[in-house]
Design a protein around this ligand. Structure first.
Ligand code: NAD
Length: 445
């Protein structure tokens, strides 16, 4: 839906109001279009950790132009700092030394990525403290940078140093338009190679992707982006949405299955369909979800039960069935759709927040036990412009839209791009993460 305030602030009168009253100033965010380079501009690379030699090579392979030093008058679309060399707190000054001189040389919608060592994998207590400090730094930078810029911290476990490409491609490009202030962990892949991508324009070629709730909203966009990246999509939705689902899947040359995911036999039917028609599945996206908001004092049993059943129990049962029946192929991807309500809580959403926190629990419980390169991660969207959020009362909607570092709502495509990053064959080392797609919303830090 349209954001009239964002339109107004671009007008001459709006600009005057924003300047004089200190009002939120949402800029139009860069978003990636098919065929465009990942980064339009130069990325300055700094820091002297164990990744320093590797970084320019990885970025060059991705077609990203880099610079090793800031020359007079140079402008940057991105800054990447290898902080893995910081092993004690006195060395944190390196952050100030690198960033302060170039903060005014950033273009709009710029990207900052700090690479650190996963604190629990640090070699000493001093290093662990210093590495943990990076979180406060990158999150604050996300709130300071402005003009649609983003800032992230990527913790790399020693042993996973070769597995950075898909994560850098995502966080440096406009694909991560509405993701900021996030801390991501890249782990060692346990003997499994990081996963190669032959064609970065079509990284999902030959992959089968199951997307629940694919007939509209965020699910439809997920199906479109996975298809754009080369996957064959199998969309699932309720029988009432059959004709919409059919037309989306026809357009994407995909397949579809109409069923209620809470039905007793739904996991078996999905497993059977994927096995017999597609020989298995590579990407499973649990997107279908509902809200039935009421304060707990007024919560009827069916409101509680239906939300838990659709949002949590169904993804849990389907995942277990697909794993038990070995329908998920090696290097497979399981992706949950949580919500920031599941992290911060929300008035009137005890049922919904419980279900979405449970989705994060599913990630936590399975991440350590999956084998053969299979990963599980989740997105936690914030305020995304959909029919669901258009129905929210005006004042609440305005608060939801503005209370984030971008001062605007995200788009379904922002959630879909994040899922496509998790889904990439090169993301085998990205496991057990919950990434908020919320423009760094103030709620729930
Ligand atoms: N829109 C937002 O701002 C926002 C924020 C946070 C999280 N989310 C989550 O993102 C996901 C998609 O949200 P959306 O805004 O696109 O919602 P939506 O209502 O537009 O779409 C949800 C889809 O799921 C399908 N579905 C519902 N129950 C089902 C069932 N039992 N079996 C099969 N399909 C079923 C619906 O028919 C619909 O097509 C949900 O999980 C939602 O909780 C959305």
């Amino acid at each position: 839906m349209s954001d009239r305030y964002q339109g107004f602030v671009q007008s001459p009168l709006g600009k005057l109001f924003v300047k004089n009253l200190g009002l939120p100033n949402p800029v139009e965010l860069d978003r990636w279009t098919e065929g465009a380079p990942l980064v339009t501009g130069t990325v300055l690379v700094g820091g002297a950790g164990r990744l320093a030699d590797r970084l320019p090579v990885v970025l060059k392979d991705l077609g990203i132009e880099t610079a090793a030093a800031a020359t007079e008058g140079a402008r940057f679309k991105g800054l990447v700092f290898d902080a893995t060399g910081i092993t004690s707190t006195d060395q944190l000054i390196q952050l100030q030394e690198f960033f302060t001189p170039v903060m005014r040389s950033l273009e709009s919608c710029s990207r900052i990525v700090v690479l650190g060592t996963t604190p629990t994998a640090a070699a000493s207590a001093e290093e662990r403290v210093a590495q943990r400090a990076l979180e406060g730094f990158t999150r604050s930078l996300g709130k300071e940078i402005g003009r649609g810029g983003t800032s992230q911290l990527v913790y790399v476990t020693p042993g996973a140093d070769d597995a950075l490409a898909s994560t850098l491609a995502f966080f440096l490009s406009p694909k991560s338009a509405y993701v900021s202030g996030q801390v991501v962990r890249i782990g060692a892949v346990g003997g499994k190679k990081a996963g190669e991508v032959a064609d970065w324009d079509k990284p999902l070629t030959g992959k089968i992707a199951l997307v629940t709730g694919a007939s509209r909203g965020i699910g439809e966009q997920i199906a479109r982006v996975l298809h754009r990246d080369g996957a064959t999509v199998v969309g699932v939705d309720v029988p009432q949405a059959a004709s919409e689902l059919q037309s989306v899947m026809k357009e994407l040359d995909g397949d579809y299955l109409t069923l209620d995911i809470t039905a007793k036999d739904a996991p078996q039917r999905i497993a059977h369909e994927l096995k017999t028609r597609h020989g298995g599945v590579d990407i499973v996206v649990h997107n279908a979800g509902i809200t039935r908001d009421k304060k707990l004092a007024n919560m009827a049993e069916d409101r509680w039960a239906s939300v838990i059943a659709v949002n949590l129990t169904a993804p849990e049962r389907i995942t277990r069935e697909l794993l038990d029946q070995k329908v998920i192929n090696d290097n497979g991807r399981i992706i949950g759709v949580a919500s920031i309500a599941g992290i911060a809580g929300n008035v009137g959403q005890t049922n919904y927040a419980a279900s979405k926190a449970g989705v994060i629990g599913l990630v936590d419980s399975l991440a350590g036990e999956l084998k053969k390169g299979v990963t599980i991660n989740a997105v936690a969207p914030g305020f995304i412009e959909t029919k669901m959020t258009a129905a929210v009362p005006f004042a609440t909607r305005e608060v939801g839209r503005r209370l984030n570092s971008m001062s605007q709502g995200g788009l379904p495509v922002d959630v879909a791009e994040t899922i496509a990053w998790f889904a990439s064959p090169a993301s085998t080392a990205v496991n057990g993460n919950v990434v908020r797609v919320c423009g760094q919303m103030m709620l729930g830090a």
